[in-house]
Write a protein that binds this ligand. Structure first.
Ligand code: SF4
Length: 677
């Protein structure tokens, strides 16, 4: 039984699951979590979803890693910390000696704190390589490329609470009720209080029930309908002339490029009725303030960058950015994916987004670290898996063996490395392939900060002790750094944050004393600065916003006779990513115990597949066995499979074809067939 609330000690911390970053009080007794309550004074106003409230029990799971493991005679066996760290250091140094620093690859982690990501990329760069990346490559790399080109900065422009100021909310490619549940409640509340909700999504999702208008494009046709909205806006003279003149460049080129996207053309190209397109265009353009919220449904395509550029064009055309209720918001998925990007867990940028090939930015970091660094941008995560140059990887808190497109290939690549170190809380599918496994603390067992999709830097506080000999990632890096010739010597995460404030000017005024309960929204350049809930108010970071017209492109793989269905992957509310945490949570696993494929009723009837029956789903890359969920949530010819399940890994099927700029795989479209079992 659980202890009574009055017998417990509350610890205020940040939810370790999604980018909403709910504040919670974790009630603890005798080193165990007893209750979890939403913090009334947090930005989440006391709300938590099922994951935050009930799924922290993974911390006490018997399979947690309790000691370092070293591979001996093919088996992973327990070892002491010194032995494991000495082995990691000697192997990494030897491989660097033999093959050069670019033979080493580092995956940082959106699960870990800012302080840990900062130390991790510092370790990589000080070893002479910028080969450091993380799973942001698989979610918002397209946003990063596109919004930097359009605005000069890729972060969400408005805090979540600001959605109440929007008259029109356009949600596209975001299944918000399942992936950002507490934020979705806010969106639904705004819609009930009079905001107009427009949802554009090929799949019927929780929010479509609350929408005033649901646009249902065929998968992979987003650029066509977004261009169509702009065509209508321009032909009806609904654009914001003043904003275009004062704040942007390239509008004439855009106007020319949009001429062909008539409502009739868009109807044929996307399946969206012309009248609905016109209505959506008028709603968005005429709103006093309109916001765009988008997610992986937009970014995980070979044309992801171009699709985000189209959204940026739309926002600028109507002046719907840089004001309360008006913005463009790539919703950040993981608890700290925003923070790991901010910390420079990316191959091309340093902490605070200075480019590695910019002399001034690099010089500043070299001065701070007293090291000379490489100015050659490193490999992206997806390139690391393709590059024969790579000999060793150090993976902190990521599970690419399940999360990468064409997962069988990723697993083979990991197994073929000369040396693989994995630092994690469980023996994940990736850790099983490692030469050394380092046992890490979970978010409930360490101090630090996470940065949520608001750009809000919030505190993480240890509530329970680490299991066995597991250590917080920052401590592990602190022990390993000197063995690799990288000075560390930090006693507390707070000290690391002081260095971050010097390295990343957007964090310049952020320290633990100031964060306290509220958190601080960056940019916060100095101690007197209150933080910045709305970006781009007066100007864009690049000066003028830049219109860059884009045009639809077919997905890399389209259905044919052999593989007649379009598969998209995604998430369910009850599970999280590769399931490392939620599939170790008893309650959640009971609610959603196994993988499934959503299939339209007509398709199921044609193939003689009954609801609940097992089917095999096969692509050119592999095959999995799942339960059929017969539903009209997906349109005819379209399938949906969540990617949380190791035993039926959706990414065995997905296509690793990449967006040419963002190097993000096309998780949202591949061709498959379905075979009844
Ligand atoms: Fe945690 Fe996200 Fe749920 Fe909030 S919405 S409780 S941050 S998983």
């Amino acid at each position: 039984g659980k202890a009574r609330l009055c017998e417990t000690r509350p610890v205020r911390t940040t939810c370790p699951y999604c980018g909403v970053g709910c504040q919670m009080d974790v009630h603890v007794k005798d080193g165990r979590i007893q209750h979890v309550l939403g913090a009334m004074d947090g930005h989440n106003e006391g709300s938590l979803c099922v994951k935050g409230r009930f799924a922290l029990d993974f911390t006490a799971h018997p399979e947690r890693l309790r000691a370092p493991l070293i591979r001996r005679d093919g088996e992973l066996v327990p070892a002491g910390w010194d032995e494991a760290l000495d082995l990691v250091a000697s192997r990494l140094l030897a491989l660097r000696e033999e093959h050069g620093p670019r033979s080493l690859g580092f995956l940082a982690s959106a699960r870990c704190t800012n302080e840990e990501n900062y130390l991790f990329q510092k370790l990589a760069r000080c070893m002479g390589t910028n080969n450091v990346d993380h799973c942001a490559r698989l979610c918002h790399a397209s946003s990063l490329e596109a919004l930097v080109q359009a605005f000069g900065s890729a972060s969400p422009t408005n805090v979540m609470a600001d959605v109440v100021n929007a008259e029109v909310i356009l949600v596209t490619g975001s299944n918000t009720t399942e992936t950002h549940p507490v934020f979705s409640s806010r969106i639904k509340r705004a819609a009930r209080s009079g905001a107009t909700l427009v949802v554009a999504d090929p799949r019927e999702i929780g929010l479509t029930r609350h929408a005033d208008l649901w646009l249902r494009p065929r998968p992979g046709t987003d650029i066509a309908w977004i261009n169509g909205l702009m065509h209508v806006i321009l032909s009806e003279g609904l654009e914001n002339r003043d904003f275009i003149d004062r704040r942007t460049e390239g509008s004439e080129e855009l106007r020319e490029a949009l001429a062909v996207y008539t409502p009739a053309y868009v109807q044929t190209a996307t399946g969206i009725p012309a009248a609905d397109l016109v209505r959506a265009a008028r709603l968005y353009a005429r709103a006093g303030a309109a916001t765009i919220l988008y997610c992986m449904g937009i970014t995980q395509h070979t044309c992801g960058t171009d699709t985000v550029l189209a959204l940026a064009n739309l926002a600028m055309l109507c002046g719907q950015v840089g004001r309360p209720g008006a913005g463009i918001n790539p919703l950040r998925g993981q608890n700290n994916v925003q923070g790991s990007c901010d910390m420079g867990g990316l191959p091309g940028v340093l902490p605070g987004y200075g480019r590695v090939d910019d002399d001034a930015a690099l010089g500043r970091i070299e001065g701070l670290w007293k090291m000379s660094l490489s100015k050659t941008p490193g490999l992206t995560a997806t390139e690391m898996f393709a590059s024969p140059e790579l000999r060793a990887m150090y993976i902190m808190g990521e599970n690419p063996a399940l999360s990468d497109a064409d997962a069988s290939h990723a697993q083979a690549r990991l197994a073929a490395l000369d040396f693989l170190v994995v630092q994690d809380i469980f023996l994940t599918e990736t850790a099983r392939l490692a030469d050394v496994v380092l046992p890490a603390a979970s978010a409930l067992e360490k101090d630090g900060t996470f940065t949520n999709t608001d750009r809000r830097v919030q505190r993480v506080r240890a509530a329970v002790p680490c299991p066995g000999e597991a250590l917080p990632d920052w401590r592990i890096l602190n022990l390993l750094g000197p063995r690799l010739g990288v000075p560390m010597g930090y006693d507390r995460p707070e000290e690391i944050m002081r260095e971050i404030a010097l390295a990343a000017p957007i964090y310049g005024g952020i320290d633990y004393r100031r964060i306290r309960r509220e958190g601080i929204v960056w940019p916060c350049p100095d101690q007197a600065h209150p933080g910045t809930p709305i970006l781009h108010r007066e100007t864009f970071p690049r000066g003028l916003g830049r219109f860059i017209p884009t045009h639809p492109q077919a997905p890399a793989e389209v259905p044919d006779e052999m593989y007649p269905f379009v598969l998209g992957t995604g998430r369910v509310l009850e599970h999280y990513h590769t399931g490392t945490m939620t599939r170790k949570s008893e309650g959640l696993n009971r609610i959603v115990p196994e993988c499934f494929v959503e299939m339209n009723q007509e398709d199921a009837a044609r193939l003689g597949i009954a609801h609940g029956r097992r089917v095999r789903v096969a692509s050119r890359r592999g095959e999995i066995s799942v339960r059929a969920e017969v539903t009209d949530r997906v349109a005819r010819g379209h399938l949906f499979i969540p990617f949380h399940f190791a035993e039926a890994a959706a990414n065995v099927l997905t296509n690793p074809a990449l967006d040419p700029l963002a190097r993000i795989p096309e998780f949202k479209v591949c061709a498959v067939r379905v075979i009844p079992e």
